[in-house]
Design a protein around this ligand. Structure first.
Ligand code: NAD
Length: 373
């Protein structure tokens, strides 16, 4: 069911029009990652350096909500594929977290350290405004709270802001992952105590580092990897963590592997050498292929589906859009349901001998279908 409208006219005051928004749903439809997405828009502004994609996957359960990723993809097709996969993931994440939103995601093709200029963000804010409330966005990899504040000063549909918003979602995401990781431990071993438990954390960014803080405080032993040497040194210093090369972290003989970097941490090449019996981390799209969850199951690895365990940030920003406004206590209460949802998935997976991601997908699809009527 299509709920989207065309963007409104983009003529700027004074007649100049540098931003062009094009419907590229047809072009996107040729890609493997296309999954009946409702609409894909491309925003181009050569003068201001914007190549931005807004992908609306499904709005049956509510308006599309999803972060904006700023990343220097090697090709336009790679960026579009990313937007397609991430926006689909948001539909499932909202459904499984039971928040009244649909799935969307934006990708801006730029290096966030060098290319994310105020002019680019201005152009992107105009693109968001032109979509007239059909897409709510916020932070993701490469887009900071300061950027969200910048956008929010220019267009209303931005969440995770400091002024009148819920702030940085990452610590909330990390807390949800922490609770979910404990649930996985409890399910696999009968105890969720973290004292002495060895966790290998891949990626020490906003979420990975905050997760390490909670794990360390609970007595876990940490092995960590990041391409950023400064973050590694920080984690070594703060948590007594052991650092390993990025290509070795998945193979570390730990109790839990926590992928908290980019997608594709688990693939048919990596899974046979995985060192942990539990995978519980924040990264989106951890599985390179859907069948990787079956490969994990067949190896006896308990996999906490990514979009279930990492929903804390989404729950927090969705709470901003609730009719009564943001209520931190209510948001955190909903985050504490993440481990319950995971335990339900683990039990159903055990009972049916089916991979956890299949079970999660089934629950989400039932909810989406119910909303579709
Ligand atoms: P971030 O950009 O702050 O951190 C990513 C970290 O991973 C960086 O420190 C980076 O140097 C590191 N990294 C990149 N490639 C690596 C590699 N090959 N090996 C090891 N480290 C590598 O991003 P974030 O906000 O912490 O998000 C991390 C993951 O969690 C992403 O996949 C994101 O989509 C997902 N996620 C984040 C949130 C949130 O609230 N921030 C919510 C849901 C999901």
């Amino acid at each position: 069911m299509l709920h989207v409208r065309e963007p409104r006219s983009l003529r700027r005051p004074g007649g100049a029009m540098t931003l062009e928004i094009t419907d590229i749903t047809g072009e996107a439809g040729k890609l493997k990652a296309f999954d009946g997405h409702e609409r894909i828009w491309l925003g181009r502004d050569e003068a201001r350096g914007l190549t931005g994609i807004v992908a609306i996957h499904n709005t049956a359960r509510g308006p599309a909500l999803g972060g904006t990723r700023v990343w220097p993809h090697e090709s336009f097709e790679a960026a579009l594929t990313d937007a397609l996969r991430l926006s689909r993931g948001m539909t499932y994440k909202s459904a499984i977290a039971n928040v009244p939103f649909g799935g969307g995601k934006a990708v801006i093709v730029a290096d966030s350290r060098t290319g994310k200029t105020p002019a680019l963000l201005e152009a992107y804010a105009e693109m968001l405004a032109a979509l007239e409330g059909q897409f709510y966005t916020g932070e993701d990899v490469g887009l900071t709270v300061a950027d969200a504040d910048f956008l929010r000063a220019r267009t209303p549909n931005v969440t995770g802001t400091t002024v009148g918003g819920s702030g940085n979602p990452s610590p909330v995401t990390a807390h949800g992952v922490f609770l979910g990781l404990k649930a996985a431990l409890g399910h696999a071993r009968g105890s969720d105590a973290l004292a002495g438990v060895h966790v290998a954390v891949q990626g020490l960014g906003s979420v990975g580092y905050a997760l390490c803080e909670e794990l360390h405080a609970a007595g876990a032993r940490l092995t960590v990897a990041d391409i950023d040497g400064a973050q590694l040194a920080r984690a070594q210093q703060a948590f007594g963590a052991q650092a390993v090369d990025t290509d070795r972290i998945a193979g570390v003989a730990a109790d839990v592997f926590a992928p908290c970097a980019l997608g594709g941490a688990l693939s048919r090449d990596i899974i046979p050498g995985l060192g942990a019996g539990i995978v519980a981390g924040s990264a989106n799209n951890q599985l390179a292929e859907h069948d990787d969850a079956r490969r994990l199951m067949e190896r006896g690895v308990l996999y906490a589906p990514d979009y279930v365990i990492n929903a804390g940030g989404l729950i927090n920003v969705a709470a901003e859009l609730a009719p009564g406004g943001y209520d931190r206590k209510a948001a955190m209460a909903k985050v504490s349901e993440i481990p319950l949802t995971l335990l339900d998935i683990f039990r159903r997976s055990d009972a049916a001998g089916r991979p956890t991601n299949d079970v999660a997908q089934e629950i989400a699809e039932e909810r989406i279908a119910a909303a579709n009527g």
